[in-house]
Ligand binder design. Structure first.
Ligand code: PBG
Length: 312
């Protein structure tokens, strides 16, 4: 009914493939023919600490290039990997229903952040996770870890780390929910901006693709990630900054609540802010929380952290 199949571009990691195939199935169900096209990215092929390899957009740039060069028609991103600066020629056309957005502590011993042994080695490549863990537990020995979700779990199982931190959403999508023993309390760790959500991008001029992916758009999820992304953009943070944010809706009162945090890399300085308002004012709520953080000195912490880097 809708002509040529739309080409969905994806990275080749198991999580990226799961996400692309999920979008493919949903679009097929709506009557839209699609095909999935693999695009390799530097984020997948390079090893070594992320802070040294490259900046934000590591996982998304090459899919975006494929989109702009007409090699694919639809890009499926983990929204937390997608920079907040708009890309000329592209449009974020749909944000589907968000999966659980929290961070999980995975360990062989079933530990909580509070019960990890003194000085335990915890693996994470993310400055946001590192800083929040150190804030709660300055004694922990936080070490870098790379690779996709499966690789990280294997490294922990083999004993290289006592525990690792992963996104709850990734574990659920990969049917590894049995690994979720402890979802870290949001008072201890706020998620990355956009964590748990997908972002579906198309060429701004491609009205057929825009209309097709529209069936996947979930306005409630969109309002939440919009508040978080405006917060990050206002801080000029990027996905490598030690920034956490958590927006959620309280449907009974039609309110969007937004918490934001900026933490120094060593976990010593932590500044927090909160605002709420109607979901249709999501961007304004994001700006409010950002300005409260800036008043408390967010900019200094972020520019200092930029020299060390780290994602997630
Ligand atoms: N940093 C890579 C990345 N990008 C998105 C997810 C998980 C899925 C999501 O947040 O939507 C992950 C893995 C992780 O952080 O554990």
């Amino acid at each position: 009914m809708n002509g040529e199949p739309l080409r969905i571009g994806t990275r080749s990691s198991p999580l990226a493939l799961w996400q692309a195939h999920w979008v493919a199935e949903e679009l097929k169900r709506s009557g839209q023919p699609v095909e999935v096209v693999h695009v390799s990215t530097k984020g997948d092929v390079t090893s070594g600490p992320l802070g040294e390899i490259g900046g934000q957009g590591l996982f998304t740039k090459e899919i975006q290039a494929a989109l702009l060069e007409n090699r694919v028609d639809i890009a499926v991103h983990s929204l937390k990997d997608l920079p907040t600066d708009p890309t000329p020629g592209l449009a974020l056309a749909a944000v589907p229903t968000r999966e659980a957005c929290g961070d999980v502590l995975v360990s062989r011993g079933g530990f909580h952040v509070d019960t990890l042994p003194q000085g335990a080695i915890v693996g994470t490549g993310s400055v946001r996770r590192r800083a929040q863990l150190l804030h709660a537990r300055p004694d922990l020995d936080i070490r870098d870890i790379r690779g996709n979700v499966e690789t990280r779990l294997r490294k922990m199982d083999e004993g290289e780390y006592e525990a690792i931190v992963l996104a709850e959403a990734g574990l659920r999508r990969l049917e590894m929910a049995d690994r979720i023993i402890h979802v870290i309390d949001k008072r201890v760790m706020l998620p990355a901006v956009g964590q748990g959500a997908l972002g579906i991008e198309v060429r701004d001029s491609d009205h057929r693709a825009k209309a097709a992916v529209g069936v996947l758009h979930h306005p409630d999820s969109y309002h939440c990630v919009q508040a978080e992304r405006v917060l990050l953009a206002e801080l000029r943070g990027g996905c490598l900054a030690p920034v956490g944010a958590w927006a959620r809706l309280e449907l009974e009162r039609d309110l969007l609540h937004l918490d934001g945090v900026v933490i120094s890399g060593d976990g010593v300085q932590k500044i927090s802010a909160y605002a709420c308002g109607p979901p249709t004012k999501a961007a304004e709520i994001g700006r409010q929380v950002a300005s409260q953080l800036i008043i408390q000195g967010a900019q200094r912490i972020i520019s200092y952290a930029r020299t060390s880097g780290g994602r997630g």
